[in-house]
Design a protein around this ligand. Sequence first.
Ligand SMILES: [Zn+2]
Length: 499
Amino acid sequence: MSPEPEEARAVFLTNARVVGADGSAPVDALLDGGVVVELAPRGELAPPGGAEVVDLEGRWLGPGLWDSHAHLDQWSLVRRRLDVGGATSAAEAAALVGARLREAPPAPGEPLVGYGFRDALWPDQPHRALLDAVSGDVPVVLVSADLHAAWLDSAALAAHGHAGHETGLLREQDAFAVSTAVSAVSDAVLDGWVGDAVAAAAARGVVGVVDLEMSFSLDRWARRVRGGVDQLRVRCGVYPHDLEAAVERGLRTGDVVPGTRGLVTVGPAKIITDGSLNTRTAWCHDPYPGLSGPGASGVASYDQGDLVAWMRRASSAGLVPAVHAIGDRANERALDAFEAVGCRGSVEHAQLLDASDVARFAGLGVVASVQPEHAMDDRDVADALWAGRTDRAFALASLVAAGVELRLGSDAPVAPLDPWVTMAAAVSRSRDGRAAWHPEQRIGARAALLASVDGQGLVRAGRVADLVVTEADPLAADDLRGFPVAATLVGGRFTHRTP
Ligand SMILES: [Zn+2]
């Protein structure tokens, strides 16, 4: 596979201020052949003939943003759904459904799908009657935040083979089956929704994502780019069930997929080695409060020998491992495996770390691929389930201080695919006006930005022309949530532009 660089008309950006540069004197920038060819004080360069000249009127020119861990198909589905995550009772969730049905009902015959409810602490019980009262004959399916429950109205119960179910609250396999069924849309429909999500990401300054969708996405992305969804660079992860097929096709991490103008590349080989915090399955050194016996400290998904063998197989075939590890024990074993194999790669999540393992990331050259907004979602859960240990949970400042290469991501749909939200969480460790959670683990805005640009640094001559234009200086912002983006360029081509 040979690289296929972006073919784009030269662009001459005039009167820009460069994010992170000494001083804020305006500059002009010439973009051509996909890179920043020249950067000079304003007025020193002449735009070449044929170049498109764009006056940035003193706006800020920064590096384009990456989301280093996202699930694009899932995100595209979820962003069309009703978010009931804020409901504090079943009645309130039903009211949100009613409001949506009045304001924006689904097309005739289509269900209304909502997600994110957490009923453990609700004062009332989810019941189909609550939904029936607002939904009439529209099928309504609400999927719980942890995906292990689904709450249906009578129309949806009938449609999914549970007519007459007593409460309408399905659990486990029944719930999984319903949520799988409502996620099954045609390729054409899904590509359209992904196109919307990609355009929305570009409007937030995103130039690239590592797509860790669990089904092999490379061919889907090639199809989408050919169909005009071309605002992002996409690296497509490979999971264990697809590893041998990928090796057989000769796919290596970093290879450009033909026909995608360099936008779609083979991503890392992803393997999940433990569970998650909320389900008490993240694999830890210490047991979860109140649990005892096997599994009390979480769950290892693989025998260590099998993990090492799999990583060796992937890396010897040219596929760089990305190892999901959340608990401190899982992280230790992931680092042990990187050491045994002798390869580079990333640990995905790295949520709870033993202090001695922080420096090992740097020593082994393993990237910590972290999702700071999860700390805002899970701080109360962590305080409960990792009580006495949260000083080393989401330990971003410790990682930066140890010289570890940090990459930020959203894990969308778990958190929104918006790097400004992600960076805000890393910089402030607060949300919704709450006091910062372990403020000693905050990182600076510059560190957060540098962890969000795929290791490509700030804007300078010779750099790939993946850029974001903002109204203000992100390194001087009070709050990065909702930070306004004026324009985004990928390979020197505008992928978003406010009028
Ligand atoms: Zn993920």
